[in-house]
Design a protein around this ligand. Sequence first.
Ligand SMILES: *Cc1c(COP(=O)(O)O)cnc(C)c1O
Length: 404
Amino acid sequence: MTNTIFNNLPNKEGYFGQYGGVHLDSPKLQQELAKLNDFYQKIKDDHEFINELKYIRKHFQGRPTPISYARNLSEKIAGARIYLKREDLNHTGAHKLNHCMGEALLAKKMGKKKLIAETGAGQHGVAIATAAAYFALECEVHMGEIDIVKQRPNVQKMEILGAKVIPVTFGGRSLKEAVDSAFASYLQEAETALYTIGSVVGPHPFPQMVRNFQSIVGLEAREQFLEITNGKLPDYVIACVGGGSNAIGIFKAFIEDEDVNLVGVEPLGKMKNAKQNIIGEHAATILFGEKASAQGFSSLFLLDDKGQPAPVHSVSSGLDYPGVGPEHALLHETGRATYVGINDKDCLSAFFELSKLEGIIPALESSHAVAHAIKLAPSIPDKNILVNLSGRGDKDLDFVLGNC
Ligand SMILES: *Cc1c(COP(=O)(O)O)cnc(C)c1O
């Protein structure tokens, strides 16, 4: 398989190899998604749409975000040089606004009045509430009760931004249930509302749409990296993987560069290492998942013994999801990207290390990617590592300080 093949994916039915598609029982939901897909495929290459998005990225989000060389960290390790793509500096403090502004602009163009979303860490909720405010759309965010407690500051932000936060009280009361709840709500109001997913997951066209909106991260990073290093590409591009949107966003621009190693980092949670697989203690879907169809699409999922999406754990709620984007499942299957695991403990060390050495407090999600870079760097002197620093850690301070 040549790498260029990735450029033509997904196919018309929304498949990346054997993963993706639309796996939904409700004919009404299928119909709505087909309408959304028709609309999106037409507008995605429209000049006016692209120019509006460009304007928003520059003048509202503050893009391009820079790449920072982590000098102190790199010199301390004395191995590879570590660079950070600073999505923590994107407006609202994470990469998520990249696809939320795109989805909200799309909703506006479709004549919708309202955005419906789910959120885990609250980052997608804040980003979608921000986008809704910008476009003067109503906004309803479904969020697990457990996450509401864990991510208080983000809940407050959503409410200040004018969104309605709906607590999800069934099942594990976390991200997976929030997705189910948001879908149910969308089904009631599909005429006037648009469901806006938080990652490259869910039924077609969401994985393609979110990837395309996030690909700005890699496009910027590739150009910036070439400039900083006088024409070199990174040897490694590392990103954390929950659903996989920040990872695919930065990977996309390097997929055809065969010498660039793409590494996705999954949360091993409470486990010591990836030799263990204790259900409920991690959320490493690619490392331990199996092919299944759930939440509207086919991909790798962590399943319990009844074949249902399994309970998951990670110190970072944003990675706490038992599925993964279908494109990652294919990148894994073809070997174009490698997936590794980092546990809670190493993630927290990296969180403090980067804060102290570089003056950048990373999100716990992003700290997984930083932790892997710190692990890898000593063994590859003179190489260059580019880490996607997907977000900032302000939202995690209460949790980190309460648990250390
Ligand atoms: C939500 C989130 C993630 C995980 O989502 P992906 O879709 O895997 O990128 C990672 N980092 C931050 C800061 C997040 O908010």
